[in-house]
Ligand binder design. Structure first.
Ligand code: FAD
Length: 521
């Protein structure tokens, strides 16, 4: 079909929702009229300090896949590179847009501002912009009462079915998919990166729910087991190659299947699926915080922490490149850098080390870390950065001892040896603290740095400083208001995990270690 300026065109703006299945904007647009499926590669977005080449590579693979899927139903994806307003305006001038369709996006500050500008433009042009939720995140939420129930109901709703066919738009050039360097994205090697695209996403989900997932609850914590034991679905949720609803529904189907089995045939699967479902809640629970208060990307939830920590560019550099001289920290950072992914506990430990031992502001470490994550999701990332730095005011400070973490999760140092090959020669007894090895100087010959801080001293100092802030007059009143606005009424954590966590927290509090609430992996 040749579209004319008859203002009947439906434009579906694919942002981070790169699929046909469970894509309500596409389903509804296609039912209404000729539909132009569009992705805009925005060079300015990709210049933001939280965006990176590995994220773009994942996006690119996912877009190629989407283009092919759309082609199969009649109209391939149209790709334009440039500023969103300019691209939309050009399409509108030539073809006349009746309705712009998209999913709601809870993105970073840049996409938030861009969406405000697009909204303004739509109003001026008399174009309706239909934005439809894809996660359990609620726009203009008054308070958190009943949020978890609404999440459950949203996820249980039937998924939108993909249109069987789209009318081909013969006069619209599909447009090339730009390479990273063409839009100024710096080279970002990530040799072990997980693949983008829907097929890869469904494979991850399927293999987790059917084969890999049984030891999930235990395997998720340590870096040696987590790469296989976790779902690795996060980047697919971030770019929407697989929807949250279909992930939730697939896990629920698996749960029902397990229910049919005799008790002794279920193994550890029921607990694994319960924990997985709880974490899907957390995804949206954290994103809701950014949706409700976009400023948390830039400033502390609790103002008492503003300006508390000190900038130190050299320390950030050593931390981000795995050169702190603490072997387990460096191994985790290098593994993350090579994969674009690491498990939750190690992310939390890396941030804890930066925010407490190195006393660095979470904004300064949050940007390089965001760039390292292929699954970077601003709502989760910035909430977690603040939570692991105790600046939310509503989570107890949780300071990890990285040497103990190494001993707990990499007892014989196999993970350290893999990622910090300079330490291959260090005997097992010293692998977590090579500087204590009497032969360290002659054997390592300066190839591995001395620890950037004295671990115990830095931890104690940070503990004193952070608890000092918490005792300031007026602190509690503000913290209570934050809890009312952002705190979870129902965590989504299964009852038995909550009990185990409470017991662990009590025990560790007795040992003078404080744990945060939702962060218990
Ligand atoms: C400092 C820090 C930054 C983080 N930044 C991100 C981010 O940018 N993007 C991101 O997707 N996750 C982030 N997380 C949360 C978590 O580490 C990842 O979601 C998880 O490791 C992804 O691996 P997976 O898909 O195998 O997770 P699984 O354990 O298999 O869990 C399944 C899904 O549940 C959700 N989920 C799991 N744990 C959490 C959690 N603690 N908080 C919120 N959602 C969770 C994710 O969507 C995940 O894909 C961050 C955590 C920390 C401590």
């Amino acid at each position: 079909m040749t579209i004319t300026n008859a203002k009947s065109l439906q434009v579906v703006w694919f942002k981070r929702d790169l699929r046909l299945h469970d894509h309500e904007p596409l389903t509804r647009a296609a039912a209404r009229g000729p539909t132009l499926p569009l992705h805009i590669v925005e060079p300015d977005l990709w210049q933001q300090p939280d965006m990176s080449g590995r994220q773009f590579a994942f996006l690119r693979e996912s877009l190629m896949d989407l283009r092919e899927q759309l082609g199969r139903i009649g109209q391939p994806l149209i790709i334009r590179a440039g500023d969103a307003l300019t691209c939309l305006d050009e399409i509108h001038r030539i073809h006349g847009i009746e309705t712009l369709w998209s999913h709601e996006e809870t993105g970073n500050g840049w996409t938030f501002e861009r969406d405000l500008a697009v909204l303004d433009w739509c109003r001026q042009q008399g174009i309706a912009w239909q934005e439809i939720p894809q996660f359990g995140v609620i726009r203009r939420l008054k308070n958190r009462r009943g949020w978890a129930g609404r999440w459950d109901r949203f996820m249980a709703r039937p998924a939108a079915t993909a249109p069987i066919g789209l009318t081909p738009l013969s006069k619209v050039e599909p447009g090339p998919m730009p390479e990273a360097h063409e839009i100024g994205i710096a080279s970002d090697p990530c040799p072990e990166r997980f693949r983008g695209g829907r097929t890869a996403g469904l494979d991850e989900l399927g293999s987790f729910l059917r084969d890999r997932g049984e030891p999930y609850q235990k395997a998720m914590s340590g870096p040696l087991t987590a790469f296989d034991g976790c779902s690795r679905i996060s980047a697919h949720l971030t770019f929407g190659t697989v929807s949250m609803r279909e992930t939730f529904q697939a896990a629920r189907r698996r749960q029902a299947e397990l229910h049919e089995l005799p008790g002794d045939k279920r193994g550890k699967w029921p607990g694994a699926i319960r924990s997985f479902l709880a974490r899907l809640h957390w995804h949206c629970h954290f994103m809701q915080k950014l949706e409700d208060e976009p400023e948390i990307e830039f400033r502390c939830f609790h103002p008492a922490y503003e300006g508390l920590r000190e900038e130190n560019a050299e320390a950030v550099e050593r931390w981000a490149t795995g050169q702190t001289g603490l072997p387990f920290v460096d191994a985790c950072m290098r593994a993350l850098n090579a994969h674009g992914w690491i498990n939750f506990r190690m992310r939390a430990m890396l941030v804890s080390f930066a925010s407490y031992h190195l006393w660095l502001p979470w904004r300064s470490t949050g940007e390089p870390l965001a760039r390292m994550f292929t699954d970077y999701e601003p709502g989760i990332h910035w909430s977690q950065m603040q939570m692991q730095s105790a600046t939310t005011g509503i989570n107890l400070p949780r300071i990890y001892n990285p040497i103990k973490q190494g001993r707990d999760f990499d007892k014989d140092g196999a993970f350290i040896r893999r990622w910090v090959p300079e330490l291959q020669v260090v005997p097992e007894a010293y692998i977590h603290e090579p500087r204590l090895w009497p032969e360290a100087e002659s054997a390592l010959k300066g190839r591995y740095p001395q620890p950037i801080v004295e671990e115990r001293v830095a931890r104690k100092l940070a503990q004193e400083k952070i608890w000092g802030v918490r005792r300031e007059p007026g602190y509690r009143e503000i913290a209570d208001a934050i809890q009312m606005k952002h705190g979870s009424r129902k965590s989504g954590i299964p009852q038995h995990e909550r009990k185990a966590d409470t017991a662990r927290r009590k025990q560790q509090a007795g040992q003078g270690i404080q744990l945060s609430l939702l962060a218990s992996d």
